[in-house]
Design a binder for this molecule. Structure first.
Ligand code: ADP
Ligand code: ADP
Length: 233
């Protein structure tokens, strides 16, 4: 689904030879929930920007759904980016729009669906994330968990192949974290979407990921099935 082959990333402003990421090899398989865990400074944000194709690697190759990204032009990159739905730590909702309008917004920008189709899609998404009764509320009227459900619905609106969650539960209390993780699991199970979870929380990975890569100092130091990486003696 997504593959990173021998990826390195150095920032021009950084000290000579200091790389944010080095020798990253990852193959994320269709339908799995893949966790990427690391402490602050490990390179997680850099990896997110590479995976969602907002930045390009200094060396190495990234493929999304079998397509190489290096040679893609602007239009092709935009198309590839639409295969990836993003969920953010701080939700990134528009405060002046209602829940339904926030979810509809990416569909309106894409301009591919007519208004009745958008409305039907929004209804379907509201139902999926359990917010049918909150369609006409504004973000300030919602709890953190509800805001993240809106974020998840919006990310799914364009039917992406991959959901990329960047610390999606880091601003939530433990109980709300659990319910959001449960929702992500259900979505993975029901629509088979591939999920990449970037987190600094071990518990998040333990709870819902199939496989995990541990990032430290810009390198992957361990990778494998969650029970192998976390539970071996
Ligand atoms: P994390 O998200 O795990 O905290 P980052 O990807 O933000 O890690 O950072 C990894 C390394 O890359 C750090 O040493 C950081 O200082 C450096 N870095 C990140 N972004 C930039 C940038 N825009 N310019 C220079 N260095 C950066
Ligand atoms: P309109 O432009 O018809 O006034 P709004 O600005 O209220 O619509 O909403 C923008 C988008 O959000 C529309 O595509 C609409 O389908 C969707 N939307 C708004 N409210 C709801 C709702 N309660 N249920 C489903 N979709 C909604």
């Amino acid at each position: 689904m997504i593959s990173l082959r021998n990826i390195s990333k150095a920032y021009p402003a950084a000290e000579r030879n200091v790389r944010a990421l080095a020798d990253i090899d990852l193959d994320i398989v269709k339908g799995e929930i893949f966790g990427i865990i690391g402490a602050s400074g490990a390179g997680k944000s850099t990896l997110v920007r590479l995976i969602n194709l907002l930045e390009s690697p200094s060396s190495g190759e990234i493929q999304v759904d079998g397509r190489a990204t290096a040679a893609a032009n602007g239009k092709e990159l935009r198309a590839l980016r639409r295969d990836i739905g993003m969920v953010f730590q701080h939700f990134n909702l528009l405060n002046a729009k209602t829940v339904a309008q926030n979810i509809a917004f990416p569909l309106e920008l894409a301009g591919e669906l007519a208004r009745p189709q958008i409305k039907a899609r929004v209804q379907e998404l509201l139902e999926r994330v359990g917010l049918l009764d909150h369609a006409n509320k504004y973000p300030r009227q919602l709890s953190g968990g509800q805001k993240q459900r809106v974020g998840i619905a919006r990310a799914l609106a364009g039917r992406p192949k991959i959901l990329l969650s960047d610390e999606a539960t880091s601003a939530l209390d433990p109980q709300t974290t659990q319910s959001v993780l449960r929702l992500l699991s259900e979505i993975n199970r029901d629509i088979g979407i591939t999920i990449i979870l970037i987190t600094h929380e071990m518990d998040v990975v333990r709870r819902i990921c199939d496989r995990v890569a541990v990032l430290d100092g810009g390198r992957i130091v361990e990778k494998g099935a969650v029970e192998e990486v976390f539970l071996h003696p």
